[in-house]
Ligand binder design. Structure first.
Ligand code: 5GP
Length: 205
């Protein structure tokens, strides 16, 4: 059976990644969304084990010490990390696993999994980004400003991604992401074993 594709989705805070992920998962059966560990507090409506595995600093550092995270990073004063077990299991089962993580984590994934697909999602303008963060109403103005500052830093690392998607319409953006992942399954590196076996057979003819 073909292994699943590992997909990293990043984007400025307020880019609409969360909505696109929900859309993608509900429309197509072959995706598994990794649930990250974090030390930030739950927002209203966020359920432990669904949005994130919420935990204390000590618990998070214990996971690091035991090698239970494939990557982790600090983002605006909190730890965020990807649990190893879920990702490795689902990929083996042939699921396409999506990590919705920030840019430092994305670079660590690229180093460990060269075949991972890295996609960056952005709103069409800075104004739109700021409006979305403010209208979401989940963060204080201080945190919003820290996140906008972080967005400037992140914009400087975006060249490392394979694709950039502009989110001016949720459904269109979801379809584009799905198509990119389908295409990644056909990449040369994924199918070299077939070419090698054909070559062997041709030599025998
Ligand atoms: P939020 O607090 O808005 O849910 O997430 C803040 C940032 O942390 C977002 O850019 C999100 O993609 C990123 N993030 C979430 N989970 C992880 C993770 O497991 N690892 C890393 N490196 N970043 C993460």
């Amino acid at each position: 059976m073909e292994q699943g594709q590992l997909v990293v989705v990043s984007g400025f805070s307020g880019a609409g990644k969360g909505t696109i992920m929900k859309n993608l998962i509900s429309k197509y059966p072959n995706y598994a969304l990794s649930v990250s560990a974090t030390t930030r507090k739950p927002r209203e409506g966020e359920v432990d084990g669904v949005a994130y595995h919420f935990m204390s600093n000590d618990q998070f550092e214990e996971m690091i010490a035991h090698g239970e995270l494939i990557e982790y990073a600090k983002y605006v004063n909190h730890y965020y990390g990807t649990p190893r077990k879920f990702v490795e299991e689902k990929i083996r089962q042939g699921k396409d696993v999506i990590l919705e993580i920030e840019i430092q984590g994305a670079m660590k994934i690229r180093a460990q999994y060269p075949d991972a697909l890295l996609v960056f999602i952005t709103p069409p303008s800075a104004e739109e980004l700021r409006n979305r963060l403010i209208h979401r109403g989940t963060e204080s103005l201080d945190v919003i400003n820290q996140r906008l500052k972080r967005a400037i830093e992140e914009s400087e690392g975006v060249e490392a991604y394979d694709y950039i998607l502009i989110n001016d319409d949720i459904d269109t953006c979801t379809e584009k992401l799905h198509n990119l992942i389908r295409a990644a399954h056909q990449r040369t590196a994924m199918h070299m074993d077939i070419i090698e076996s054909i070559r062997e057979d041709l030599r025998r003819i």
